[in-house]
Design a protein around this ligand. Structure first.
Ligand code: IMP
Ligand code: MG
Length: 187
């Protein structure tokens, strides 16, 4: 039987406070660009949709918003080791300041792949903001300039993060103690 009882690891209040701090830090770093081009936020779908919505509103200045969708996990909690772009960005990022908005950096495979791919399009600068970071699981040497919380090696859901597409709407970050097999692998 699948026992899916999410236990709160980071509360909605803690997330709200930290996102506010990140927004202020990012606003001051990217304020008043010489060429007037605002910071371009690229959210990594699907997981970053909640974080991006809150972060974008916590950033005081002007921003533009875009999305990219990559998959490395499928329905499993273990990385397949492959990254595919399922949906690409629409904007021309040449000469722009770009911030890739990630829900979580786990092995670093997705972020490393996306950063390399976006860098080839000639942005003026490109950095990562990740709500969550699991440093213990890193297999790629990738660092986010801005991190909400470092967390231990546990599978988390909520605030955009899923297990098999569920739990994204939980307002807090929760640990699934026994996620069980994904629905697609059940007999
Ligand atoms: P990475 O490529 O291993 O860094 O994994 C990045 C992606 O894996 C994230 O954008 C998430 O979609 C997913 N992921 C990694 N860890 C978790 C977790 O604890 N909960 C939910 N999704 C996760
Ligand atoms: Mg996912």
């Amino acid at each position: 039987m699948v026992s899916a009882s999410p236990r709160v690891l980071i509360s909605a209040e803690q997330i709200g406070e930290r996102v506010g701090e990140l927004g202020r830090e990012i606003s001051s770093r990217y304020a008043n660009p010489a060429d007037g081009k605002p910071l371009h936020l690229i959210g990594v779908l699907n997981g970053a949709f909640v974080f991006l919505a809150d972060l974008a509103r916590a950033i005081g200045g002007d921003v533009t918003i875009d999305f990219i969708q990559a998959s490395s996990y499928g329905a499993s909690t273990a990385s397949s080791g492959e990254v595919r772009v399922e949906r690409d960005i629409h904007a021309d990022i040449a000469g722009r300041d770009v911030l890739l908005v990630e829900d979580i950096i786990d092995t670093g495979l997705t972020a490393a792949f996306l950063i390399e791919r976006l860098r080839r399009q000639g942005p003026r600068s490109i950095e990562i903001v990740a709500l969550l970071n699991k440093p213990a699981r890193r297999t790629r040497p990738i660092e986010a300039a801005y991190i909400g919380f470092d967390i231990p090696d546990q599978f988390v859901v909520g605030y955009g993060l899923d297990f098999d597409q569920r739990y994204r709407n939980l307002p807090s970050i929760c640990v699934l103690d026994d996620p069980g097999p994904p629905a697609s692998e059940k007999p």
